[in-house]
Design a protein. Sequence first.
Length: 135
Amino acid sequence: MSEAKRKGTAWETTGCDYLNDVTGKYRPDWKDLDRSVRWVDPSDPENVRRQVQEGRADIGDAHARPFALEFKAEQRFNLPEYIRQANAEARNAGLPYGVAVVKAPRKNVSAGYVVMDLATFARVLTAVRTGTTSQ
């Protein structure tokens, strides 16, 4: 595995662990447990999980329903490309929103950036205000 691939995989794993921890999907003692038993409820569809790519259509690095997440850990940011990828992967996954999760250099995981285009943000805003996510 290349160094860039290793760093990307580490960022995906760290990001998913962070989201599961702060949203209460992991058990309180999860850091001391084997990866397979960290979940409060392993079958909960709201768990944030890294995705296994199957077939030609990329479905994103992880899913945090209703979002397809495209993780990026690069020295130079290319936001238009990240957003294009995230939106395409959301469509491929059948999820309404695609977002890029960009590592903030030399910062804690919680300082990472979640990036979307304004059209996606408008749909998220409407969904939050109306209590729907099927936008």
